[in-house]
Structure formats: C-alpha cells, structure tokens
Design a protein around this ligand. Structure first.
Ligand SMILES: C[S@@+](CC[C@H](N)C(=O)[O-])C[C@H]1O[C@@H](n2cnc3c(N)ncnc32)[C@H](O)[C@@H]1O
Length: 265
C-alpha cells in the first residue's frame, strides 16, 4: 500500500522538498501536525527544547540571525580556532570533504541555524538528492528559508535530541557548531547515529578541552558562564567509535574539534 503521507489530499499542496522529507519520517504525521505556514515544517509549536543559558537563548533571538553569517559565526570560529584556523570557506570545504556527499544523497544538517551549510549540501546532493536542515530556532529557520533557493532543501523545526526520522534515513549528517549548545548532546549523537544509513558519513564540529585543566572542571566553568559545553578531547571520537562507526578521524584546531566517521556499509 502506498505511504499515506505521500498520497493524502492534505499533503498534496506541500512544497515538494517538504513532501520528500516527510517520506523519511519515522511515523506519519496527522494533517493538523503538518504546519508549514512559515516555509518550514514546524514540529515544535510552543515547545522549546533549547536550554536556559544565555548562549542557548541567544539562538532564539530575532537579531542574531541578521548578523550570524557575516559576523557572529566567523568571529566565533576565530575565537575557538585562532587566527590561523580555517576561515569560513575552508570550513565549508572541510564539511564537504568529511561528508563525501554523492549526487542523489539524502543529507541531514542537524542544528542548521540559518542554513549556512545546508545550502552547500543541497548543491552537492543535486536535484535528485534531498537536504533537510533541522533546528529548534524559529528565527534561524526563517532566515534559512528566506535565503535558500534550492528546490531540494527542506527545513524542519524540531529537537536534535528526538529526531523525527526513521532509522538509516540519511547518507550524510552534519552537526557543526551546535552540539555544545544542545541540552543533551550525547542523546543528539545517538539520534544522529540512529538515522545514519549503512555506508553513510557523519561530520561534527564542537568544542575541545585543551591544556592542564581537567575536562569536568573546564566544562563546569565555561558552561556555567556561557551555556557552552566543553567536550573532552577523546569524548566525541570515542562516542562515535562506541556507536559502531568506523574510520573515525579527529582534527583538533585551537579549542575546537572536527570529528568524522562512517557507518559500515
Ligand atoms: C551556532 S548555531 C550553528 C549553526 C550552523 N550549524 C553553523 O555551523 O553555523 C547552533 C544552532 O543549534 C540550535 N539548537 C540548539 N539546541 C537545539 C536542539 N535541541 N535541537 C535543534 N537545534 C538546536 C540553535 O537553535 C542554533 O541555531
């Protein structure tokens, strides 16, 4: 029998990328759950899974998306990775290299913000591919929708810790500059691994503890002050390996770490 999501009258008028994204969902949505009035599929409504710290609340502001891509993100990257660290263009190239997105791939950008990486992935996946950007912030997603012209990109307002997608739905999954803001990052990581297809690739960019201060102390201080979690140097690579991913590689730059790996085919 055909998937009711794809044939019901209520869904006929949906933008095609959202309709294609719905086909990757774990369970069908009822028509009243399909809210696409703002150009993205809103699964949260009044719910807000982001935390109470200032750094986390900022992501929901209306102003931040206006300065995020030109000012906030490059400045944050400099602070985290230093003046000799990768610039924005280099970071985008690194993401594409770590993910090896093939034409036709299904790609998930977890905590996509204003879609700054999502759009690159849409280009790499091509017309037969599909890219889904998921974020909890309505204001970030409004910018993402406004600035994305690709007809193979869909945006979803949802919680990274409870992804709505079925197991093994995606060939490539990116989560950049966000795990350290997510309330339960290890839960989000489990979700990322769950929805990654055999042979699929994952790429992460997160904070990294350096120097003599123990991980727990660094984390307690920085998180207490800013809401940003500091991951141990081994923590994320170990979590991916422990979840069965292979070829796990880590590159530490300043106070940041890029971690990638693949699910065995
Ligand atoms: C700094 S932005 C990163 C955007 C983009 N990935 C980048 O590399 O520039 C972090 C994003 O994480 C999102 N976020 C935080 N907690 C989340 C959660 N539980 N579920 C989904 N998104 C979340 C915020 O709304 C914000 O847009």
């Amino acid at each position: 029998m055909a998937d009711p999501l794809l044939v019901s009258d209520e869904h006929r008028a949906l933008p095609p990328p959202i309709e294609r994204a719905l086909a990757l969902f774990e369970s069908p949505l009822s028509p009243d759950e399909v809210d696409v009035r703002r150009g993205y599929l809103d699964l949260l409504g009044e719910r807000d899974p982001t935390g109470a710290h200032l750094g986390q609340r900022l992501m929901l502001s209306r102003v931040l998306p206006l300065i995020y891509q030109r000012f906030w993100r490059p400045t944050g990257a400099r602070l985290l990775m230093g003046l000799t660290g990768p610039d924005t263009g280099e970071e985008h190239r690194m993401a594409l290299e770590m993910l090896s997105i093939a034409p036709g791939a299904r790609v998930l950008d977890v905590a996509c913000g204003p879609g700054n990486f999502t759009r690159d992935f849409a280009t790499a996946a091509g017309g037969d591919g599909l890219v889904v950007g998921l974020d909890a912030s309505a204001s970030m997603l409004a910018t993402a929708v406004r600035e994305t012209e690709s007809d193979n990109a869909a945006y979803v307002r949802g919680d990274a810790c409870a992804l709505p997608f079925r197991d093994a739905a995606f060939d490539a999954i990116c989560c950049f500059a966000a795990l350290y803001l997510i309330e339960e990052p290890m839960r989000a990581l489990e979700e990322i691994v769950r929805v990654l297809a055999p042979g699929g690739r994952v790429a992460l960019l997160a904070s990294c503890n350096r120097g003599p201060v123990p991980d727990r102390l660094s984390n307690a201080v920085v998180r207490g002050l800013s809401g940003v979690r500091v991951f141990g140097r081994e923590e994320l690579a170990r979590a991916l390996t422990g979840a069965g991913l292979v070829g796990v590689e880590q590159r530490v730059i300043g106070l940041a770490q890029f971690v990638s790996g693949g699910r065995p085919a």
